[in-house]
Design a binder for this molecule. Structure first.
Ligand SMILES: CC(C)(COP(=O)(O)OP(=O)(O)OC[C@H]1O[C@@H](n2cnc3c(N)ncnc32)[C@H](O)[C@@H]1OP(=O)(O)O)[C@@H](O)C(=O)NCCC(=O)NCCS
Length: 144
């Protein structure tokens, strides 16, 4: 098996890469977390900046997106590749894109179970816990 040393994070294009992006999100959000595909694929993907994490020549292991207003989301890493920095690199890549575009901050709706992951990436929770897709979430903001 290839090691994460072969990890590459790159910008993706929704038209060209939607099959790869959909495959990761379907596995993580739909199959693993039971989130409906209708909620996941909300019609906003064509407006987003997308990133893909790839190991070696062709294995897509993760993805994330950012809406035009700096809302980061849909961060998903295949289970077998977690805990090796893939999620961190996806978020840092999008933060760098946002910084280049002159954004002062980025924000996201963190599942409460993932809040520690984002805290470690300098996101700070704001406001009350709320329900989204039947899962507890909290708004988190990172000043760039
Ligand atoms: C959340 C997720 C994207 C993190 O990806 P990852 O590649 O495992 O993240 P990293 O390896 O970069 O993790 C960095 C650190 O955060 C920790 N971490 C990762 N996921 C975490 C979680 N859900 N809760 C708490 N800590 C977490 C890691 O253990 C690691 O800690 P360390 O530096 O002390 O070793 C991944 O677990 C995932 O796809 N989960 C399912 C989908 C999901 O919940 N997405 C987020 C929706 S808001």
């Amino acid at each position: 098996m290839d090691s994460p040393e072969n990890l590459q994070i790159s910008l993706a294009d929704w038209e060209r890469n939607s099959a790869a992006i959909r495959a990761v999100r379907n596995t993580v959000f739909s199959v693993e977390q039971g989130i409906s595909e209708t909620l996941d694929f909300d019609g906003r993907d064509q407006d987003c900046v997308h990133v893909l994490a790839q190991i070696g020549e062709s294995e897509i292991v993760g993805t994330a997106r950012m809406l035009p207003d700096g809302h980061v989301g849909r961060i998903a890493v295949h289970k077998q590749w977690r805990g090796q920095g893939v999620g961190t690199q996806l978020v840092e890549y999008l933060a760098a894109v946002a910084r280049d575009r002159g954004f002062a901050e980025i924000h996201l709706h963190s599942q409460v179970q993932a809040a520690e992951f984002y805290s470690a990436l300098n996101f700070v929770a704001r406001g009350e816990v709320f329900m989204e897709a039947d899962i507890e979430h909290v708004l988190m903001v990172r000043i760039l």
